[in-house]
Design a protein around this ligand. Structure first.
Ligand code: NDP
Length: 453
């Protein structure tokens, strides 16, 4: 670590204590950027990095709501408006009991670089609540979403800040949030993305993050003249990103053998085919059940419970070629990364945000595998959100083929940016540096153009 990064990290930790995920995200970016700052002292003297790591605005609010039994609950709501140098704040909302300021700041920080990489005009933001939607009735979810939006509505808008979904926020929640925004503002605008198709949503938005992560993996493989055909793939999670990752891997001829939720994972040596994927989609999206139920139906598959005290995640300990972490942050530690490499995995494309710890990332880099970090590999979701905003502005929906073609092109371009930037700064094959530098330059130049604001 250079002295500059050491000093910066000491300052960040002192100013923002007890935010380990935020520190981790900043450190990873700062290490890549030290290469840029050496060659471009103008960024250092304008203190761009020091400015980028401070959110432009943080909104924290009380979310009181009454459940269907008349009981009162109080949750915390957040919106981090991180950076608007290249467009309105854009980034998802996460509803999960683990949500806190540090986690949302890391996500908002990552989002700034990711959105810049898409080449669409979107700044970075993120938000959410410590509300746990798991096992709650639709009525409870609606009441919470309405209470959450009753405060958030005054801070967002189609040209200001455009939230979307993330963990625990899918089509159902976006619907309730949008309904409340429309009522309070008395206007029908594209203030949220991930909307229903018949009220302003875009085709391919639900699929976009998963499809994009697979397109990114396919692009990385082309650098070795290979395809996904016949490749064995480990996928974690079983939510939005994981489901469409599996779908696209199957389309491209790969075989998926794992999926998980926060309680455990399934290993199906025969492969999760389209019929089994449909079962999972119904299980997770309609019945909102647990992944364990998969082995009740498909008896040859094996279920293994997971718990937070394990020193590694056994899902990553199977023979395979590719891994698509698609659940949550830090789900691959150094031991998992070693297990993956030792089991033959040489392609990792991150559907989740920051799923690999810094030690894990360093192992992937040392072993020179094809490692696509989340801010590049999972940028497909926000890209199609950007396309949804364009369609809303035009008041004209595009066809499935048109959106998918644009998504695929954006993922190709992001891949190319990563390759070009890692080469330009002397670290060929290092997609981490490529993504961080590629995302940074556009935002940094815009900040310089716009003065110290
Ligand atoms: P979902 O809520 O649809 O699914 C999340 C999945 O991950 C569920 O299977 C969930 O299990 C599991 N999970 C969540 N938290 C944990 C945890 N702490 N430990 C283990 N498993 C966990 O979310 P998404 O699929 O939308 O998001 C998954 C990841 O992808 C996140 O990192 C998100 O930030 C990232 N991402 C999402 C985008 C999108 O467009 N949706 C865009 C870019 C990135 P359970 O049901 O038990 O909670």
């Amino acid at each position: 670590m250079s002295d500059y990064v050491k000093d910066l990290m000491a300052e960040v930790k002192a100013k923002h204590p007890a935010q380990p995920e935020f520190h981790q995200a900043v450190q990873e970016v700062a290490e890549s950027l030290s290469l840029v700052l050496e060659r471009h002292p103008e960024y250092k003297s304008a203190r761009i990095l020091e400015r980028i790591i401070e959110p432009e605005r943080v909104i924290i609010f009380r979310v009181p709501w009454v459940d269907d039994q008349g009981e009162i609950h109080i949750n915390i709501g957040y919106r981090i408006e991180m950076n608007s140098a290249i467009g309105p704040y854009k980034g998802g909302l996460r509803f999960h009991p683990s949500v806190n300021l540090g986690i949302l700041k890391f996500l908002a920080f990552e989002q700034v670089f990711k959105n810049s990489l898409t080449s669409l005009p979107m700044g970075g933001g993120k938000g959410g609540s410590d509300f746990d939607p798991k096992g709650k009735s639709d009525l409870k979810i609606m009441r919470f979403c309405q209470a959450f939006m009753s405060e958030l509505f005054r801070h967002i808008g189609p040209n200001t800040d455009v939230p979307a979904g993330d963990i625990g926020v899918g089509g159902r929640e976006i619907g309730y949030l949008f309904g409340q925004y429309k009522k309070l503002r008395n206007e029908f605008t594209g203030v949220l993305t991930g909307k229903g198709l018949n009220w302003g949503g875009s085709l391919i938005r639900p699929e976009a993050t998963g499809y994009g992560a697979v397109y990114f993996a396919a692009e990385m493989l082309t650098t070795r003249n290979q395809t996904l055909e016949g490749k064995i793939c480990l996928v974690s999670g079983s939510g939005n990103v994981a489901q469409y990752t599996v779908e696209k891997i199957l389309d491209l001829g790969g075989k998926v053998v794992t999926l998980s939720d926060s309680n455990g994972y399934i290993y199906d040596e025969e492969g999760i085919n389209k019929e089994k994927l449909n079962f999972i989609m119904e299980l997770k999206n309609v019945r909102r059940g647990r992944i364990k139920e998969y082995v009740d139906k498909y008896k040859k598959a094996v279920y293994t419970p997971l718990d937070d005290n394990m020193d590694h995640n056994p899902l990553w300990d199977h023979k395979a070629h590719c891994a698509f972490p698609s659940a949550t942050q830090n789900e691959i530690n150094a031991k998992d990364a070693l297990n993956l490499v030792n089991n033959g995995v040489y392609v990792v494309s991150e559907g989740a945000n920051m799923p690999t710890t810094i030690d894990g990332v360093n192992i992937f880099l040392d072993k020179k595998i094809l490692y696509g970090p989340g801010k590049a590999a999972n940028a497909g979701g926000v890209s199609v959100s950007g396309l949804e905003m364009s369609q809303n502005s035009q008041r004209l929906p595009w066809t499935r083929e048109e959106v998918d073609a644009r998504l695929s092109l954006i993922m190709k371009n992001i891949h190319k940016t990563c390759v070009d930037m890692s080469n330009r700064f002397g670290t060929p094959g290092n997609y981490v540096n490529g993504a961080n530098i590629g995302g940074f330059l556009k935002v940094a130049d815009a900040m310089i153009d716009q003065g110290v604001v």
